[in-house]
Design a protein around this ligand. Sequence first.
Ligand SMILES: Nc1ncnc2c1ncn2[C@@H]1O[C@H](COP(=O)(O)OP(=O)(O)OP(=O)(O)O)[C@@H](O)[C@H]1O
Length: 984
Amino acid sequence: MEPIDISSSDSDVEISGAGGTYRSSNGGYRSSTSSRIISPDAPGPSNYFVDAGDTQKLPSARRAQVSEKSSSNGDFSSSLNHKRLSTLVDIPSNSLPESAAKRVLPSSLQPYAPRSNSVKIGEFRTSAHTPSISEKSHYSHVSSSTDQRNHMNGRDRYNSDDVVMLDSKRSRVLPPTLMHGKASSASPFAGTSDSVYRSTVNNNYRPTAENEGDDGYDERLIMRAVIEDINQPVLEAELPDGLLSVALLKHQKIALAWMLQKETKSCTCAGGILADDQGLGKTISMIALIQMQRFMDSGTKSNVASNGIPEALNLDDDDDNTNAAVVSVDQINSQQTGLTPSVSISVGSFNRRKPAAKTLVVCPASVLRQWARELDEKVYDSEESKLSVLIYHGGNRTKDPTELAKFDVVLTTYALVTNEVPKEPLADQEDLEFVHGEANGLHSGFSAPKKKKKEITIKKKTKKGRCDIDSGSLDCSSGALAKVSWYRVILDEAQTIKNHRTQVARACCRLRAKKRWCLSGTPIQNTVDDLYSYFRFLRYDPYAKYKSFCAGIKLPISRNSVQGYKKLQVLLRTVMLRRTKDTYIGGEPIINLPPKSIQLSKVDFSPDERMFYSKLEAESRSQFKKYAEAGTVSQNYANILLLLLRLRQACDHPLLVKGFNSAFVGKEAYKMARSLPRDMLFNLLNLLESSKAICRACDDPPEDAVVTMCGHVFCNQCVSESLTGDDHTCPAVGCKEQLGEDIVYSEATLRKSLSDSLSNIPVSSYSVPEKQIEFGNNFCSSKIRTVLEFLNSMNSSRPELNGSVPCNGDMPSRHGKAYSNSRTELPEKAIIFSQWTGMLDLFEMSLEQTSLVYRRLDGTMTLNARDKAVKDFNTDPEVTVMLMSLKAGNLGLNMVAACHIILLDLWWNPTTEDQAIDRAHRIGQTRPVTVSRLTIKDTVEDRILALQEEKRKMVSSAFGDGQDRSGGAATRLTFEDLTYLFRV
Ligand SMILES: Nc1ncnc2c1ncn2[C@@H]1O[C@H](COP(=O)(O)OP(=O)(O)OP(=O)(O)O)[C@@H](O)[C@H]1O
């Protein structure tokens, strides 16, 4: 291998964390905020929520200094001054009073003075320092200090004296807490949204033409929420003992406090996006939230008994709660204490028509068991603490919705939600126009008018009132998941719904829930449009409406990417909490992980491979030119992707292009196919080979394409999820056909059946062709050879497998330097990823000729088989290699036994690769992790690398991770991208 060092996205990017210190690309550090936790055991009143910043201890002069300094150093917080903010909200900057930007309060009037005590959930005591109304009258002008709240990655916060609120007449508006007749709230959650909400509702705030967006929405409410939000101190929530079996890490306590605040106090939406890097413990943070809320609930129950004054609380109007009977008992407490009420879910039901269930976790099938394991292991083992968990999956699952309501947590898969829940309709015509332009990676310039018709037809049919799952209403075929009202829905690996038009996204949107959460380490994968689907699921108004999303987010980015992305960062602050592994909190790294080094390993083709590739490339190029010259690129988009697919596969192994991966011929399928009429076989083959074939499950061009008897085309892996896991229902929308292995056909199966039937070969003479026989014994491509060499060298440090090299725990050849840790005596292990199961097959055949012990995980395996493969790899010292399909194995899994990751091929989104890498580079890893990304020199892979970089820049711009300003152009494949990829 010829290593070329490239920087991993998160190794040199400027990063920030809530209340933290941030490492910049030049290795310097910015201001630090140490945090302060008052544990429940501390003397005085018990405290669960505490201010994680201690800057308030600074004398006022120093605070002012901090504020001014940050204003002058050109960072984001200072650069987003009142003028810029006014630009973001479309307020002429010259209308801002000069004094507004300058005011700095004396320290005595700072709103969040150090708390000597704070609040214990369940007791709801008032904080000792409850700012009086007169104190609060200065609140909107408080100078910024380093303890301001920061949810976003990579940035310090705004100075609040940068911020001015204007009403529609451009005059100064007092912060909501100062509005006449407003009682102050001393809740640690007080502020942000609640006050904004009150200001809107109670102060006759009315959007005007000037402050409304094109669609009549009012963005200034969101801006106000942001402004208030950044004035909040960084809070940590301390879980009472006996709820979890492990202690929360600091960043997880901050996440817990933020999530509680979002669930109880947010007017923007009741929930949000927890977007911490993979492996930082999002799962455990959510479990903590469930436990904390349960704990709060148990506290409030007793209060209800004593007070007996239940009060209705309308939490979420978007849900079907016309018969709502929500009882929020702790509002009573709030009346007594002046504190923000929490929410009870166990008293009463918020929807009489449907059973009220608690928390639903939706995740990919591959992580279902991991969630169950985490819920089992990380929850304290006692009768009171244990959570009742139901895995809602498999053919024997209950059909009775009331059963679901009996459990604290129900775990299920995206596939089942798609099957059981009616789909949210595509919103409106604008949506449709967008949808067709952006479909399947197609840049909007390619939008094909034909498809539009199809969607409209679907809508029309729906209007006629037939029992249609697109209708958005419950119908006879809805499953149990749709027949309960959930208190909380958590979408794990939420990027699964990034395309809002997909069935899965629309079904998730339709789940009834009071609180909604998206968990994703990589929320943006392709374009900022990915965010829309989350906003829609979260009911993050006004951006939950596509028109408003375009007007408020997309348009500003296209007009001026710098300003546009800044605005997006601002909007994300209220709804997203994101920290990366490079975030610093209170001067300390968020987590101490061993280093991760990423190498781009450029491999040379053998002469034969090069010849094969060059020929293929020339053919593809000339084909693309023909399309371009005829002006038919958009019509042939799927064909073009296929050409690209072939080129990419040729980089892995020529046999992939020669049909190796479509050569599987299932015995059952073949038998059934032989019994089908020839016309039908031809029709199925036509469907499979159609240039328009798109996988009906993932909406991508199908890989290892198969067609079902009901006429739907899928990636083999996508349909396997249905075949191996749940109720075997065809995943295509509207199709309730039961699938079996006998009615899913590959091209090879169909061709073989056709040719056999023509030559009258009897079915009984059928035998599965051995791949070895079909392709000879040459399974070793250049990439495979390179990796085998690496694996052998890795193995050579194991004396029991290779007597020559002593195992001293150091790995100089691969790690560069010794890394001291307690697990160096453990065997080195590697995970090898490919996006093509055919490549894994080929690799497997080569592996079988070595002494290496390996396991394999791909989407065609049952969940049990996958689970066992992961367990073996993690626990059996003999098993040193894991072959994983990128699609099935890049998400959620904990595989810290590995210290080497090898990516055999490139995926369009670098984030998908990042996810794969983070299976090993996560909490629990004790050794340095090496990552090798294999590419072949001078091929399409070079150009994919360049496109990946563009996508990284776009994601960076959206999150504010870096200084790049060019991200606006990086979206899906454009015409220019294609000409570049084909070197035309
Ligand atoms: N506070 C903690 N104490 C002990 N172990 C922890 C803690 N937090 C996280 N872990 C462990 O760290 C590993 C990674 O956590 P988790 O799977 O929750 O990360 P994640 O952010 O959800 O990752 P992904 O995005 O890949 O799903 C798990 O094995 C988990 O048990």
